[in-house]
Design a protein around this ligand. Sequence first.
Ligand code: ADP
Length: 636
Amino acid sequence: MFKSVLVANRGEIACRVFRTARRMGIRTIAVYSEADAGALHVRLADEAVLIGPAPARESYLDQAKVLEAARASGAEAIHPGYGFLSENAEFAEAVMAAGLVWIGAPPAAIRAMGLKDAAKKLMVEAGVPVTPGYMGEDQSVERLSAEAAATGYPVLIKAVAGGGGKGMRRVDDPAAFADALASCQREAASSFGDDRVLIEKYILSPRHIEVQVFGDSHGNVVHLYERDCSLQRRHQKVIEEAPAPGMDAATRAAVTEAAVKAAKAVNYVGAGTIEFIADGTEGLRADRTWFMEMNTRLQVEHPVTEAITGVDLVEWQFRAAAGEPVPLKQADIPLIGWAMEARLYAEDPANGFMPSIGRLEHFRLPEGVRIDTGVEQGGEVSQFYDPMIAKLIVHADTREAAATALARATGGVEVWPVRTNAGFLGRCLTHPRFFAGDVDTGFIGAEESTLISKPVASQALLQDAALRIRLASRGSVAGSDRYAAWDPFASPGGFRANAEPRLDQIVYANGERAILQIDGSLSADGRSDHPALDSHSTVYFEGGDTFVVSSRMDALTAGSASDGSLRAPMPGKIVATPACPGDVVTKGQPIVVLEAMKMEHALVAPFDGKVSELSVAVGDQVSADAILAMVLPDEA
Ligand code: ADP
């Protein structure tokens, strides 16, 4: 076994790999960009090497700099994590050529699975069922539309080089095919430098089922059961679980066997995932489950597999890279209980899931569950990298118990002033459809209005806030002196001669006005660590949501009660302006599309009205907080 490992990554996955390395007595080496000088993964490593400026292209994706860091630090092995260089065959070869151990997939397997069309052809040869469709050389619009018709609508156009949910278009109607194709090709060319596409039958009620496989250099391949990652938003996973709800023994046997066959077809070594799409209209069935693609790396959601099998997949990766055989025989890999993972994103669901960046002034995650995170209180969420800040993982006897425990955990998330999706995750987990296991990839889209509904503060929260406001305004919080605060002449109507004093206190929770009656027998919840914004506003956390509670109505408490200006939430580039000055728009209609953090974000009309001003054009670079457009409300 090698004695030191460099992780060519950042954030939670770097921290995750270090944890296992430390346990195995392997020296840990971090690389970091200038933006990450204070990051958790740097602090956790035995040694850390600065490799360049914040943009990933100039640091985490710069192969020469990573290799130089390995040389300078004397690293014997490189773990690429996921994303960045993890599925880069050329980098894998360079690592090995430098005499280092590559803790990743063999370059030939990465190449074989790298393009969706080639991978599918290979799977057809290996006898693995693939989604019906077209994956040919002829990329003319005539041929592609004829193939779409032959496949049968609805179809999905996919970039062959696509990934991360990008470069896909669903088409329901032949008349819309040409436009969808052109836009898919444009996106594919700009995102992946390759505009080739393939056509797939669009699976109705699609479920995302994937199988964890593991191979060694002695020709053994085992599987570690399936995961269900159907809870997605715009093709990106949000909540994952293992095993898959409704999976029967026969179907499991068929998909895991197909997965092992797929891995063997590319002589796979290490941790890999075979992704399938299943038509869930009549539950999971082997003859309605098709190969989609293989990910030749460790996945974000690997912890749920670790939870149900008791295997440390990173340890297995180290062992396989060192030439050891797979530690367990297939028959000895257990499947125990139910595991679920939620991805905590720094984003604002109430504001179109816009990434939320900044300093984590208050950052507290629940205890008693597995947390994989790459940030800590005082750290930064930067615009340069993925906004996923933590994963919360639970393991329980049953699916219901796991969902309940995970909802409790997401409800305990406290983050400020950066926004998170914690409340949204809780609403997904407790939604009756999800709870019943009735989820396909369209679930979030279909239920979005419920899932992003404006959170309402509980009576207990408001009561507590009202009491605090009252006590604080008299300069005395709790203590023996509490009743001295009750000055009967200070508050109209507050004095009762023969009873506890009772006062009306107005509070605003995220701008919603409420009147609370406080009576003298109540006490504040005893916590003194609600972040205070100023002398009259405090932040409360409840169910993963944040409430700015104030005695006054002001800009901060008003939250989304927008003045109609659309501001850039972070620096980025304007890629579209779907509305023009003078346009009549309805609430939620996109006005400006900003590209930032490798994603497109639509800034939408905050209410029904008219676009009064558009201050940017396509191609403009804008800085955070710049006003991009103004909408005047209808009444104006
Ligand atoms: P990427 O490589 O960008 O992640 P995938 O091919 O893995 O793309 O697909 C991502 C997601 O898109 C899947 O998890 C599924 O939700 C959806 N999807 C993919 N193919 C189909 C299909 N043929 N029909 C319906 N949905 C699909």
